[in-house]
Design a protein around this ligand. Structure first.
Ligand SMILES: [Zn+2]
Length: 131
């Protein structure tokens, strides 16, 4: 068996062929919202897509260990905000669609012991992938 000649050796777009490709949602913006849309720059968009990919890894590794999401220190409120995996994913999608995030809508009544920082999650993922 030989691979198709069109096969590329480069990195694969993680959203290629994915029906949930966040880019699709850009076409689905409807009128029943008055939220202003501030398009992200290509670089910002790339960062958000990377965060979404990281998030998938973090959830896959940490959720089975009882971690419910990530804690982020909010500069505006000067307090920690807790986000479950679904909220984090929703926020990143919202960021892609509107150019703003909803960081001040954290999880309700979270148990702080069930959340870790983004840095912790990244370190954990790096260690897991190396081993
Ligand atoms: Zn805040």
């Amino acid at each position: 068996m030989t691979p198709p000649s069109s096969a590329s050796p480069g990195p694969v777009d993680p959203f290629w062929g994915d029906p949930d490709d966040p880019a699709r949602e850009l076409a689905a913006l409807d009128d029943d919202t008055d939220e202003p849309v501030t398009p992200l720059t290509p670089d910002e968009r790339e960062d958000v897509l990377e965060d979404m990919a990281d998030l998938e890894v973090f959830e896959a590794l940490l959720d089975p260990r009882g971690v419910r999401g990530l804690v982020v220190h909010c500069e505006d409120c000067d307090e920690a905000h807790y986000f479950g995996w679904d909220l984090l994913r929703g926020n990143l999608r919202h960021l892609l669609d509107y150019g703003t995030s909803r960081v001040h809508e954290p999880a309700y009544g979270p148990d702080p012991t069930l959340y870790v920082t983004w840095e912790y999650a990244r370190g954990f993922a790096d260690a897991s992938l190396e081993g």
